[in-house]
Design a protein around this ligand. Structure first.
Ligand code: IMP
Length: 193
């Protein structure tokens, strides 16, 4: 089965390729020669995942999926949440976002820095839409640790582990991460079909 992953984020494509069984071939937007910006203007993770999947489905008429992820920090009333990508402003880098979160949490002690990553995946298969959700609880660290991964990985310590996502190798992160858990649900669904 061929599935298009509706993202331009090469980190996500390689993470997800490594998670899927051999019978499911993930192709990226660059495999299709698509370099258009995909709209992401909804105010929920589910709405954004659906918007991205529908955009690709309408243009290419293929089976496809998209994910949308938010980091919810309790001490920031759930921010950045659905605005995680552009938290530090339009055109900002991953590093700008990390710096902003660390600054906002400056006086918050470790035990109050609870947070979670939440991912919603929207799959469009033979014209029907299905959703899968995954989340992982953890703490926002006091400073950056590690260089692997992307986004907020250097400052997210998953519950029950002594390393941030950016200190783990990809296979360990994928096993416990928000996206890994959502993708595992999608794979289980596809295998049952
Ligand atoms: P997206 O809209 O699903 O691409 O995710 C929004 C933002 O959340 C991204 O730009 C990253 O900053 C962050 N993000 C998504 N997934 C991860 C992850 O696995 N680790 C760290 N940050 C992530």
């Amino acid at each position: 089965m061929d599935l298009i992953f509706a993202t331009h984020n090469r980190h996500k494509v390689s993470e997800v390729q490594a998670m899927l069984p051999a019978g499911i071939h993930v192709r990226s937007l660059s495999d299709l020669g698509c370099d258009e910006d995909i709209p992401e203007t909804a105010d929920t993770l589910q709405g954004n995942a659906l918007q991205k999947a529908q955009f690709v489905h309408e243009r290419y008429h293929c089976n496809c999926f998209a994910d949308d992820t938010g980091l919810e920090i309790d001490a920031l009333d759930g921010r950045p949440g659905v605005y995680s990508a552009r938290y530090a402003g339009e055109g900002c880098s991953f590093d700008d976002n990390v710096r902003k979160v660390l600054a906002e949490l400056e006086n918050v002690p470790l035990e109050q820095r609870t947070a979670r990553f939440r991912t919603v995946v929207a799959l469009i298969l033979d014209g029907r839409t299905y959703f899968f959700e995954g989340k992982v609880e953890g703490l926002m660290t006091l400073e950056r640790h590690g260089v692997e991964g992307f986004g907020y990985d250097p400052i997210f310590l998953p519950e029950g582990y002594g390393q941030t996502f950016a200190e783990m190798d990809a296979s360990e992160k994928n096993r416990i991460s928000h996206r890994g858990r959502a993708m595992a649900k999608m794979v289980g669904f596809l295998e049952r079909l």
